[in-house]
Design a protein around this ligand. Structure first.
Ligand code: RIB
Length: 301
């Protein structure tokens, strides 16, 4: 039994922290490196579970060291790993992440490995019936994502799509999504509207609603976030936390938001909780490992 089903990838994040991000053709000397859990789905699953939600994480791993690391880490965080497929034909993926320690900003290349071979036949969508919320991103093959969104909708789940990394989506997607949660770059990809401020975000959200999406949350990094359902609009500033590493902040937000929604909170409170989870995650190095437990963000549920 799980409250939330998360479909997504696990990769081993190999993060390099230094005084700046390297430019094209440049070699820089970094200060430290870390190997930890990453992949948007994995990070979101950890965020939910640490807050107290029961998570079923659906993914695919290689039968290798990083695959073992994944299972250990996920189990330690009380995540149901029984629906993770282990492939002996593919490797577990990795991400190479450069972090500028002064701003916390990053540049990421992900090699997905095993989950890039995931097929619809490998997923038992009957399991979705046990959950109330289905949360996914765009790191899994697109046809699998669409198939699962359809199944989740048929079973009456709330569908949350974090469209990251952005890629072309058919109209079928938009109709199936209850909450669409792009960051400002991803929102620009779908609407063509460059977002520099809250007003631009409102224009972008309006376009997304016109495309058939029910509810939109555009995360704006240090500028905060904008929610719209076509009638109600909420703008919220980001927390004042000093960012050390912003990797996984969007995942923290999605995890925190899904958890708050599960707990039946009103939209404004869901956004406040998600905002705090995201803010906290930026104060720690790493992605999956930077997710808070309730007392870190003074959360009582
Ligand atoms: O959102 C951050 C995540 O994106 C990283 O953990 C990296 O693995 C990529 O999937």
């Amino acid at each position: 039994m799980s409250d939330i089903t998360v479909l997504g990838i696990f990769v081993a994040d190999i993060s390099f922290s230094g005084n700046k991000l390297p430019s094209m053709g440049e070699t820089i000397l970094g200060d430290s490196y870390n190997v930890g859990p990453g992949g948007k789905g994995c990070n979101q699953a950890i965020a939910i579970s640490r807050l107290g939600g029961k998570v079923n994480f659906i993914s695919k791993l290689g039968d290798d060291e990083y695959g073992k690391l994944a299972i250990n880490k996920l189990k330690k965080d009380n995540i149901d790993t029984s629906n993770i497929i282990i492939s002996n034909k593919h490797k577990t993926g990795v991400a190479g992440i450069h972090v500028d320690k002064n701003t916390g900003k990053n540049a990421i290349t992900v090699v997905r490995g095993a989950p890039s071979s995931l097929t619809t036949k490998e997923i038992d969508t009957n399991l979705f019936k046990q959950s109330k919320i289905f949360l996914t991103q765009l790191e899994i093959p697109i046809q699998v994502t669409l198939h699962c969104l359809k199944a989740a909708k048929e079973y009456g789940l709330i569908n949350i799509l974090n469209p990251a990394p952005a890629c072309e989506l058919s109209n079928d997607f938009f109709k199936l999504v209850d909450y669409f949660t792009p960051n400002e770059t991803e929102a620009e990809f779908y609407t063509g509207v460059k977002i520099n401020n809250a007003n631009d975000a409102k224009v972008s959200a309006k376009k997304l609603i016109e495309m058939g999406i029910k509810k939109v949350i555009i995360t704006l990094g240090e500028k905060g976030l904008l929610y719209s359902d076509g009638k109600e609009e909420i703008y919220m500033k980001a927390t004042a936390d000093k960012a050390v590493d912003t990797t996984g902040a969007g995942d923290a937000f999605n995890g925190g938001f899904s958890f708050a929604l599960l707990k039946g909170k009103k939209i404004k409170e869901c956004l406040e909780i998600a905002n705090k989870v995201a803010g906290f995650s930026t104060t720690k190095l790493g992605a999956g490992d930077s997710m808070p437990i309730p007392k870190d963000i003074n959360l009582t549920v």
